[in-house]
Every structure is written in C-alpha cells, then in structure tokens.
Write a protein that binds this ligand. Structure first.
Ligand code: SAH
Ligand code: SF4
Ligand code: F3S
Length: 460
C-alpha cells in the first residue's frame, strides 16, 4: 500500500478516536467483488471504524456495486433512496464503489441525480479509499474518482475477511475475452496476473492463521501468467497444494477454451483440489457459442468434460448458463438442455440474458421477448431441479469429508458443513470436533438443498 494512503488512514483514525464509529458494506457482486469488500473492510478497520451488519446504525455506508446484469441498477437506486432518508436524521458518509461506477451512464446519473453521495470510486481506484474518506470526513469535500486506466496491481492492502476457515485469494484482475454479452472487460480492464510469490505468500499467511480452504479467483483463472519459475495456472495450482495446513483448494472461473491438459493433471494429482469444477457453459449450441464469442463448440465442451471424467473418475461439474441470448431459437436452446443432461451438473447458476450497454450483443435487433426467455429459464430450472434430487440420493450411504462451517440456521443443535463438492451437510455435534474442522461423516438421507449425516471420524 502507498505511504500517502497509510498517512490518510492514520489521520482518519485519529479523528475517529474514541467515537465508536461504525461502517456497513453491502456487496452486490461476485466473489471478486466480495474480495474487494474484504479489502475495503480492512482499510476501514484501520481507520478506526468497526463493522456493523445493521445499516441503520452505521456512520459510514458503502455499496460495492456490480453491473453484470440489469436488475442491480434498480436495487442500487432503491438503496440510495433509503440512505437519503437516513442522512436526514444523522450525519452519514455514503460511498459507492465497484464495477457499476466504471459505466459512464451510471456515473453521470449518480453525479446528476444523487448529489448527496459523498464518495464515488471505481475498480481501479479502490486503493485510494483512505484519501477519499479523509477528504469527505475532515475536509467535508465530495469525492468522485473513477478512471479507466488499469495496469498496476496494488499489493499489501489491509484485509478483514468474512470467514475464519475459508478464504478467497484473487490471482488475476480483468478479462480479455469480450464475450459478446458481457460488460466485465469494460469495467474491470485487461487481464493482469498477480506475481506468484505474492499469491503464495498470501496463502501461507492464511494457512498460519488457521484457514483450511482457499478459492483462487479471477475472471479467467486458467489464462493466469506467472514468471519463469511458476509459469501458468497449472504450476500455481501445484505450488498452492504444497502449502501445509490448507486442505481444500477451489478456483473460479476457468474458461473451457483454456483448459489445458496440465491443469487437468494438476487437479488429478492433488488430493487437495476439490473435485467439483466450475466450467461455464453459457450455451450448449455451437452457433450461439460462436455469436457469444466463447471460442469453443458444443462438441469441444463435451469432449473436455469426457476427458476430465475419464482422467478423474469422481469429478463433478458446476456451471453458468445464459438463456435467451439474441437470436437463440427453440432448437438451439434444446442443445443447452442436451448438454445439461449429458454433463449432469451438480450445480447450475442460471441467468436470463440481460442487455448490457456497450457490448456487441446489445446492438442486435433479434432480442428474445421476455416471456420466451422466462419460459426457457423455467424449463432449464425444472430439468436441473429434477436432477438435484437424483444426484443427492447418490450420496446416501457414502462417506464424505466435510468442513464444519458453523451451526445450522434452521436448527441450532446441528452443525452445517460442506463436502468438497460443495453440498451442504447437517449433522449432530459430538464433543470431539469443532467449527473449522474437517471430519468424516456418513450420509443418512437426502433433502432438496441439504444432506443429513452422522459423524464417523472426528479426525477427517
Ligand atoms: N468470467 C466468468 C464469469 C463472469 S460473470 C466466466 O466467464 O465464466 C458471471 C456470469 O454471469 C457469467 O458466467 C454469465 O453466465 C453471466 N452473465 C454475464 N453477462 C450476462 C448478461 N449480459 N446477461 C445474463 N447473464 C450474464
Ligand atoms: Fe465476461 Fe466472458 Fe470475461 Fe467471463 S470470460 S468475464 S463471461 S467476457
Ligand atoms: Fe463481478 Fe459484477 Fe463486477 S460479476 S466483476 S462485480 S460486474
């Protein structure tokens, strides 16, 4: 972190001394956005604020925005309206950051219609937050700092993590793929990889702090570029696996077009790499995939899945799918359902196509009517949910290693835990294990969104 920013942080801290100031962050986006929020939390904590989950009692409110789909906009403006009313009752600093602020239309709208917003920053200026808070709090200035220039990666920002046993580590920023529906490359800039040493250092620190599970993050993790020693994503994965104390490793998202054999080998050879792979499909039709600029065909995707299933027999998959891309016909949509049946995904994140301004697909005149998009969405959901029951039943009678995450929200007498394939498992605690342990359980019964189990070995 830059020295100047550390000084701003110190000055704000002095100003806040003894005042018990609280901050509230609403994270509206993906895991990268979440990881940014953890860094924002780290900076705010160092400035003398403590976190609250109750927005009403906060002195500093921050919205970390996302713009990947349209509905986020309405939500944000609704929230800003709430703060306007709160601001009438007490002094509050309101800051808005994240991907949506990198969109010119949105930035202009905030400037014009919401003058009471105190701080606005984008994805390339987050590291200057201490300076913005200093200006807003001490000098009572409004700050708007959004730039389009990406390049440097800011290392060493303080971080306050949401979880004690699972942590995310960003390995690369930005995206070069320009899928025709997607706004991310416009708001996050070009691909930049962190140095492997910095990544490994961060994971080592996490291991020392007692973290058990790491998720490596990036928009396209398998196009990670390292250095002479740790060249690519496969090398990085192998190195992270060597770190003692870390027992589970996940990564999101890989791109099917860059899924090289060395990555498959790294998954196969390392027990620590969870055997659920998130492999975004988007569409199962080759023509639609071409128009989406995904750079693989239906057949290539299925071959990749088959190759991985052959090399790693117990592997399962999760995916992202968009329904209703411009011009998608009923027959083309059937191909998506066909791939869903063939791969038999453990988890599907389903999205209705949403027009994003500035993207290539925005300009198409053959947009699909809302009712058709919704019908397709419902069909996909139905197919998926029928599979969920079947897939869950396969777990009954099996032994699974699970990471205990805490007590179940629905039944405080039960632990809630996760298998390495991300299934929620609940079971009755005994005296021998605690939250954060990885233990072995036997699955007794399957429900729609969780499995019930009993403990068989507290050592995992
Ligand atoms: N880089 C990741 C995903 C980033 S965005 C990848 O390539 O897999 C997360 C998901 O949002 C995407 O996988 C896609 O399914 C969905 N998405 C992106 N743009 C969208 C849009 N315009 N409409 C609907 N869904 C979209
Ligand atoms: Fe968007 Fe495609 Fe980049 Fe993913 S790979 S962030 S979907 S442009
Ligand atoms: Fe993530 Fe949304 Fe930005 S998905 S990268 S927070 S646009």
């Amino acid at each position: 972190m830059e020295k100047a920013q550390e000084e701003f942080m110190q000055k704000v801290k002095e100003k806040n001394e003894g005042k018990y100031k609280k901050y509230y962050i609403l994270t509206m986006g993906c895991q990268l956005n979440e990881n940014d929020s953890e860094k924002i939390s780290g900076m705010l904590s160092n400035m003398g604020y403590t976190e609250t989950v109750n927005m009403e009692e906060a002195d500093f409110i921050l919205f970390n925005t996302c713009c990947v789909r349209e509905n986020a906009e309405e939500r944000l403006f609704g929230k800003i309206g709430e703060i306007k009313r709160l601001k009438e009752t007490k002094p509050i600093l309101l800051a808005i950051g994240g991907c949506m602020m990198q969109e010119k239309i949105m930035l202009d709208k905030i400037k014009k219609s919401y003058p009471f917003v105190d701080i606005v920053f984008g994805t390339h200026t987050m590291q200057n937050l201490p300076e913005y808070v200093y200006k807003a709090l001490i000098k009572q200035e409004k700050v708007k700092d959004v730039i389009d220039i990406d390049g440097e990666i800011y290392e060493g920002l303080p971080i306050k993590r949401n979880d004690k046993f699972k942590a995310s580590v960003t390995i690369m920023y930005g995206c070069n793929n320009f899928c025709s529906y997607c706004i991310v490359p416009y708001v996050r800039g070009r691909e930049r990889s962190r140095s492997p040493e910095k990544i490994l250092e961060e994971v080592q620190t996490l291991a020392k702090e007692g973290y058990k599970e790491i998720t490596l993050l990036g928009q396209n993790v398998n196009s990670y570029k390292g250095n002479d020693r740790i060249k690519n994503f496969a090398d990085l994965l192998n190195e992270v696996c060597k770190i003692e104390g870390i027992e589970r490793i996940r990564f999101i998202s890989p791109h099917p077009k860059d899924f090289t054999d060395d990555v498959i080998e790294a998954i196969a050879n390392n027990e620590k790499v969870c055997k659920i792979i998130h492999l975004p499909l988007q569409s199962g039709n080759t023509k639609v995939l071409k128009e989406m600029n995904r750079k693989y065909t239906k057949e290539q995707y299925l071959e990749l899945v088959e190759k991985m299933k052959k090399r790693i027999p117990n592997i399962v998959f999760s995916t992202d799918i968009i329904v209703g891309f411009p011009g998608e016909t009923d027959e083309e949509f059937e191909d998506t359902l066909d791939v869903v049946r063939k791969v038999n995904y453990e988890q599907i994140f389903m999205f209705i196509y949403s027009i994003r301004s500035g993207t290539v697909a925005e300009k198409r005149e053959d947009q699909i009517p809302e009712d058709i998009k919704h019908k397709r969405f419902d069909r996909l959901k139905e197919l998926y949910e029928a599979r969920v029951d079947e897939n869950n039943e396969k777990y009954i009678g099996t032994e699974q290693k699970v990471l205990i995450e805490g007590f179940s929200k629905n039944n405080e007498k039960m632990y809630t835990a996760r298998t390495d394939t991300n299934k929620v498992v609940v079971f009755k605690p005994t005296e021998n294990e605690k939250i954060g342990d990885i233990v072995k359980v036997k699955i007794l019964s399957a429900h729609k969104w969780y499995l019930e189990a009993e403990i068989i070995d507290e050592r995992g």
